[in-house]
Write a protein that binds this ligand. Structure first.
Ligand code: FAD
Length: 435
């Protein structure tokens, strides 16, 4: 079987890989030195589009429209760009074995790829209800969303079912919220089910969640909390027909979309590299415990300088920035230079209907809400601050203008002292604009 050798190999062809490629080109990578190996069939693209504009009934986003780096306002890297830069895009190729000691990777088709420096950018995979042996979870039209192939299946299922059919969304995280909205926009009768007392519990406070739940109810989405999908029934074609809930209720369903979390894809490297907090442990330059091996994006557990701990972050902003940092570090070390340690300010966002929120920093300590958070308002706009040890450490804003989002980012970075929760509630965005 064929063997190919490269100076640099990126395994995984998602967001991090695309942003890494751009940085490689910027740093002057030579033709033939870099290969990206991806099990997907397309060049790196902005994954967040899949749960948003990709599923719109009209004017849907399609490739090549959202290849990286358009999501951060950068140049769109089309497949030709990789060719012009001498970067080999090896698509439809799944790596099934990695031997870090001999610096070689093996694909499902049996090809061998050798490298001098490896960047692991395999991202995450979704948790499936079949993994938990939920009865009937193998029915047709029980769908998941991670890659463009999954999104295409969802588009087909949406088209196959006529308007007004029933969709059940399992999971109350951002994927569940974005998918519920987009199925409603596609004229489905939508129900959301999740076990927690409110949506997005890892980030949202009860106050923040109450706004989104109220807004979704106003749009006609029925939210069922405090229970889980415990089984499914199928029709004669093997398609899902009903969702059975643990509390005994039964929901009709033509489509079920499950968003119950993801798991970082580190299996290939198990036992060969140090892990922590479910990911591959790196330093502030995304170097792993194995020489010449870097890990970026969803799979990396890295030092969070601002908070003095180590974390894994499954969000697009970090995947872009970590990729850039790793490539800069690789070139710096080749040139005997130093670069600054990664100093990441956590930033997450989501969009659905005409809503759009951003969050910066850390959501620890006491939280206070400000602004108009009445879901019945024509143009609600509100935010939240988190205060820990007398300092504002996190900030959230729904419906903010770009300069307002920048202002809350500044707050989270500067961590200014806060005299009282009441003052912050009263000052709201004004507090941020003074920083
Ligand atoms: P990925 O982008 O997932 O790329 C991993 C790549 O590796 C994939 O191409 C995969 O096929 C490939 N791969 C994996 N294993 C192998 C193998 N063995 N061999 C070859 N190739 C392999 N974040 C936000 O902050 N805001 C959002 O609104 C948002 N929306 C999202 C919507 C969806 C539907 C999804 C799935 C994620 C969303 N995210 C969002 C999260 C964000 O997209 C991820 O954090 C980001 O894509 C991580 O980048 P990555 O490069 O680590 O992994």
């Amino acid at each position: 079987m064929a063997e190919k050798s490269f100076k640099y190999v990126i395994v995984g062809g998602g967001v991090s890989a695309g942003y890494a490629a751009r940085e490689f080109a910027k740093q002057g990578v030579q033709p033939g030195e870099l290969a990206i190996i991806s099990k997907e069939a397309v060049a790196p693209y902005e994954r967040p589009a899949l749960s948003k504009a990709y599923l719109f009934p009209e004017g849907a986003a399609r490739l090549p429209g959202f290849h990286v780096c358009v999501g951060s306002g950068g140049e769109r890297l089309l497949p030709e760009w990789y060719k012009e830069n001498g970067i080999e895009l090896i698509l439809n190729t799944e790596i099934v074995k990695a031997d870090l000691a001999s610096k070689s990777l093996t694909s499902a088709a049996g090809e061998t790829f050798k490298y001098k420096i490896l960047i692991i950018a395999t991202g995450s995979t979704v948790l499936k209800l079949t993994d938990f042996k939920v009865e009937g979870a193998d029915a047709k039209n029980i769908l998941y969303l991670r890659e463009i192939d999954d999104a295409d299946k969802l588009v087909e299922a949406i088209k196959a079912k006529k308007n007004g059919k029933a969709a059940v969304i399992v999971g109350g995280g951002y994927i569940g919220l974005e998918l519920s909205a987009v199925l409603k926009i596609n004229n489905f009768d939508v129900k959301m089910v999740y076990p927690e007392p409110w949506c997005m519990p890892r980030l949202f406070t009860a106050d923040i969640a109450a706004f989104y739940e109220g807004y979704y109810e106003k749009k006609g989405i029925n939210i069922i909390k405090g229970t889980v999908a415990s089984g499914f029934t199928k029709n004669d074609n093997g398609e899902v027909k009903e969702v059975k809930l643990k509390d005994g209720r039964v929901l009709e369903a033509d489509i079920v979309v499950v968003g119950v979390g993801a798991r970082p894809l580190t299996n290939l490297f198990k036992g060969q590299v140090e892990e922590d907090k479910g990911g591959i442990k790196t330093d502030a330059f995304f170097k792993t415990s194995v020489p010449d091996v870097y890990a970026v994006g969803d799979v990396a557990t890295f030092p969070m300088k601002m908070y003095g701990d180590i974390r894994r972050v499954e969000h697009v902003d970090h995947s872009r920035k970590s990729a850039k940092q790793a490539v800069k570090a690789i070139f710096a070390s080749e040139q005997g230079k130093d670069i600054e340690a990664y100093d990441y300010l956590p930033y997450f966002y989501s969009r659905s209907f005409d809503l759009s929120w951003q969050f910066y920093g850390d959501n620890v300590g006491d939280a206070v809400i400000f602004g108009d958070h009445d879901p019945a308002s024509a143009k609600a706009k509100f935010g939240s601050y988190w205060i820990n040890d007398g300092k504002v450490v996190g900030a959230f804003l729904e419906g903010g203008a770009p300069e307002e989002n920048q202002a809350i980012a500044k707050v989270a970075k500067a961590q200014p002292p806060a005299s009282s929760l009441d003052v912050l509630a009263k000052e709201g965005l004004e507090f941020a604009s003074k920083i």
